[in-house]
Design a protein around this ligand. Sequence first.
Ligand SMILES: [Fe+2]
Length: 221
Amino acid sequence: MRTNVAYTRRSVIAGSAAMAALAVAEKGRASVPQARKFKRERFVEDCQAAHGDGGMAAVQEVLAAAVSDHRAVLDGLGEPTSAGFDVLLHSPALTIFAAHWTPQMNLLPHNHEMAALIGIYTGREDNILWRDEPEGLRAHSAACLFEGDVVALPVDAIHSVSNPLQRFTGGIHIYDGDFFATERSQWNPETLAREPSDGDTIRAMFARENERRAGQCGGPA
Ligand SMILES: [Fe+2]
C-alpha cells in the first residue's frame, strides 16, 4: 500500500494541492428547490446553457441540484442493469452520460485529459486519486461518493473507481469536451505501467465486466 487513506462518509481526504480542486460540492443543496421529476432532455439543455454561461463550475451547480433529489434522477434514468454508459449528450464541447457500475466493479486508474464532474444518483462510488510522479503512479487521496454527492475532477486528475456495494451504482458523469474521441491514458493495475486508452478501450472494459458478471450469475447480466 503506497499511501494511507481514511474513508469517511461524504468526505475527501485532503493533503495535497490537487485536492484543492477536488471538492465534494454539498453547499447549495439545501437552497435548491427539489425537482419533482428528472427530465433527461431538460437536464442536458440546462447543462449546455450553464456550460456556455459559466463553464464547468456552472454545470456543477446544475448537477448538484439534480442529484440532490437522487431518487428523482433514478426514476428518470431507470435502474442500472448492466455495466455501461447511458449517453445523454455527446458533443465536441460537452459529454454527459450515466455510468453504471456492476456490484463490486473496479475500474483501473485512468485520466480524462479534461475537467470532469461526477454526481451519484444510486449506490456508491469510491474514488482513489492518483498522482503521476517521476518514480511512478502514487495514490494520494480518496473520495467516497454517496447518493447526492458531486465531485469535481480537475483536468489532470487520475482516478480509479470501485463500487463497494452488492448492488449497482449509477452516476452522472460530465466531461468538458468529447470524452469518447479523446486519447487518454490508463495504468495497469498490476504493474502501474501507463497504457493508451480511449472511448473504445473503456467500452471494451465494460463489455468484459458484463461477461464476468454473466459468468458469476449463470446468465445474462
Ligand atoms: Fe474516470
